[in-house]
Design a protein around this ligand. Structure first.
Ligand code: AMP
Ligand code: GLY
Length: 426
């Protein structure tokens, strides 16, 4: 098979590497890809959001499958556009990707189908939202822009001033553009967070190994929210009992609800969960693989990813057993100094070999580019240094040993990835 992977981050690097293991794969292409992916797949400079350009590329390459990995093209309908041209695809169509594309949609779906989530109200008018806040007067409170906002559309307001400022910047100053024309104000939940990615063909759902993200920029979960500074898998809080509860109260009800709404979800459905004192609740749905969750989940996958993709395409996921390796994985993200705010790019990265790798770890490239044979930084999150081992401690030790071999100017990474998982009190 000839496969085109759409996207260009660490997640796409992990997907490309897993696909490369399949005996069914002859050629791998990626667009736009990055400096690390380019060592394993031929990369083309087409933006992930350029639907027309991507369809043209898929035709030119005469690929057998298009794997759409990032949220924006899924929400824009790239899968629909590819299918209209006769391509086999991986990823939900636009009418199902709305599960991530609109928080208002996902909250209303959960309410209608009794799927546990934080209590909420939707507002289209900032004055109404302000009135509601004053009436409620409970803090912290959570304010979310309706649409995609580069992972920054969630504000946890500690007091009325912060809440009013959030409403004004989202709804009046439109800091997230049209994504902020509606907002959700919801109850602040507490408890350990778990990411569960799942494969689904719309009828059957098969959860992958659970994982834990580290969203804040600084150690001790301080600083700004980022796309994710590191991950571990499995997540120790996600016990078998919790998994069963999630399957019954969240996973199956969600895919059945989507089916009932005529929005059958096919692809990877990501559940962002909080294990609250009142049971697991949905914090968010994503219509795609997580980044950097994928970097710790896919290395543990034993079954051929192409077989899973074909089973989803054919609606036969129920009959395909999916095997996972025993053991643990850890990924430490090396970011540009200043990320998630301003940072410089184009800095040379030292310590990597000719393939952009180091011994004992696998280095997933997130924001790198190859220029005249030199690997340079090109984004906020630059590398995800990943290791697997029979214990989490060993995986972390190896990943951090790897991190120490690599350098670029002003590099920033968290020193405490996995600590919460190691100290989990169940
Ligand atoms: P998101 O951008 O949707 O991934 O949200 C970012 C982070 O905000 C989540 O990982 C949670 O830590 C936090 N968050 C979102 N919604 C809530 C909530 N209702 N209660 C507490 N924390 C929340
Ligand atoms: N790591 C969180 C996400 O992919 O949305």
């Amino acid at each position: 098979m000839k496969i085109l992977v759409v996207g260009g981050g660490g997640r796409e690097h992990a997907i490309v590497m897993k696909l490369a293991e399949s005996p069914k794969v002859d050629e791998l292409y990626c667009a736009p890809g990055n400096g690390g992916i380019a060592k394993y797949a031929k990369c083309y400079p087409v933006k992930a959001t350029d639907v027309k350009g991507m369809v043209a590329l898929a035709k030119e390459l005469a690929v057998d499958l298009v794997f759409v990995a990032p949220d924006d093209p899924l929400v824009m309908g790239m899968v629909d556009a590819m299918q209209a041209e006769g391509f086999m695809t991986f990823g939900p169509k636009k009418d199902a990707a709305i599960l991530e594309g609109s928080k208002v949609f996902s909250k209303e779906l959960m309410k209608k189908y009794h799927i546990p989530t934080a209590a909420y109200e939707v507002f289209r008018d900032p004055k109404e939202a302000e009135k509601y806040l004053r009436q409620q007067n409970v803090y912290p409170t959570v304010i979310k822009a309706d649409g995609l906002a580069l992972g920054k559309g969630v504000i946890i307001a500690q007091n009325e001033n912060e809440a009013l400022a959030a409403i004004s910047s989202i709804m009046e100053d439109k800091i997230f553009g049209e994504s902020g024309s509606q907002i959700v104000i919801e109850e602040f939940l507490t408890g350990p967070e778990v990411s569960v990615l799942s494969f689904t063909d719309g009828k059957t759902i098969k959860p992958m190994v659970s994982s834990m993200d580290h969203k804040r920029a600084l150690d001790g979960d301080q600083g700004l929210n980022t796309g994710g500074m590191g991950t571990v898998a499995p997540n120790p809080y996600y016990t078998e009992e919790v998994a069963e509860q999630c399957m019954e109260t969240i996973f199956l009800p969600t895919i059945r609800a989507m089916e009932a709404e005529g929005r059958t979800f096919q692809g990877c459905l990501y559940f962002g969960l909080m294990l609250t004192p009142n049971g697991p609740k949905v914090i968010e749905y994503n219509c795609r693989f997580g980044d950097p969750e994928t970097q710790v989940v896919l290395p543990l996958l034993e079954t051929d990813l192409v077989d899973i993709i074909l089973a989803i395409w054919n609606g036969t996921l129920e009959t395909l057993p999916i095997q996972w390796k025993n053991g643990c994985a850890a990924c430490v993200v090396m970011a540009s100094g200043g990320y998630p705010k301003k940072y410089v790019t184009g800095l040379p990265i030292t310590g990597l070999d000719a393939n952009g790798q180091i011994a004992d770890c696998f280095v997933y490239h997130a924001g790198t580019k190859l220029e005249d044979g030199e690997m340079l930084t090109s984004g906020g999150r630059v590398l995800g240094v990943t290791a697997t081992a029979d214990t989490l401690q060993k995986a972390l030790d190896t990943a951090y040993k790897g991190v120490k071999k690599i350098n670029f100017q002003d590099v920033h990474y968290r020193k405490d990835i996995g600590q919460r998982a190691l100290q989990a009190k169940l």
